[in-house]
Ligand binder design. Structure first.
Ligand SMILES: *Cc1c(COP(=O)(O)O)cnc(C)c1O
Length: 231
């Protein structure tokens, strides 16, 4: 009964992660319901995705458009939400807008315009987060912190995009505490942008398997978790 076993495994890992998310929220005085788990399925096939859905997961994150088109050629049930969390090339915009509900990796004005164009063609409103390279790492994608207000102001003029917040990827470090300043900086940048534009930006997508508890303490509303659920 291999299928049953894998379902139990994904289900019990998900339950464990849920418990840790709740504990982290409660210990910083937050409502556990204010933190959404986005299960990152980029390393697993459709069977594991379906197991996770069976176990109650509703938010699924992928980082490559082409892989996702394959994996979700058979659509998930209507209450599932698909999140694109990886870098989005301009030539993948058409497929991305058709497939995904939420794009976490909006990091440049030309991409905002491309997403707007395709979303309008499909008559769809696309939920987006602005990806910020808070740690200013050379090799990382994401908008520079100083350019985020300009990108936000532009995105806010685009009628088919709904900007709900910011996303960042912390540098990979052994000690999750080392990522705390990055998460705090994203939250403070969000607060500054809300003050500057008057738009609500409730979502902070930050924290992965290694560091999600610290991210929750710093205000994460979406944690993107792969290995802890699907390894
Ligand atoms: C792979 C990935 C994750 C999940 O990382 P884990 O360490 O497996 O939890 C989160 N965010 C992004 C952008 C990723 O590419």
């Amino acid at each position: 009964m291999v299928e049953r076993d894998s379902l139990t495994t994904v289900g019990s890992r998900l339950a464990d992660v849920r418990g840790r998310v709740e504990a982290a929220a409660l210990s910083s005085g937050r409502d556990p319901a204010s933190v959404r788990i986005v299960g990152v399925t980029k390393t697993v096939g459709r069977d594991a995705v379906d197991d996770a859905y069976q176990a109650g997961l509703r938010d699924f994150g992928e980082n490559r458009v082409q892989d996702s088109v394959q994996k979700f050629s058979q659509p998930l049930p209507a209450d599932a939400v698909l999140h694109l969390i990886g870098y989005l090339q301009t030539n993948k915009v058409r497929d991305a807008v058709a497939l995904f509900d939420v794009v976490h990796s909006l990091d440049r004005i030309a991409l905002a315009d491309g997403l707007q164009h395709r979303a309008a063609v499909l008559g769809k409103t696309l939920t987006v987060l602005l990806q910020v390279n808070v740690a200013r790492e050379e090799q990382k994608h994401g908008c520079a912190p100083d350019d985020t207000l300009t990108l936000l102001n532009h995105a806010l003029t685009l009628p088919s995009l709904r900007v709900v917040g910011l996303m960042t990827i912390a540098p990979l470090v052994a000690d999750p505490e080392a990522a705390r300043p990055v998460f705090g900086d994203l939250r403070r940048l969000r607060d500054d942008l809300v003050a500057a534009t008057g738009s609500a930006l409730p979502e902070l997508s930050m924290g992965m398997t290694n560091d999600f508890e610290v991210a929750i303490a710093e205000g994460a509303t979406m944690v993107r978790i792969g290995r802890a659920i699907f390894a």
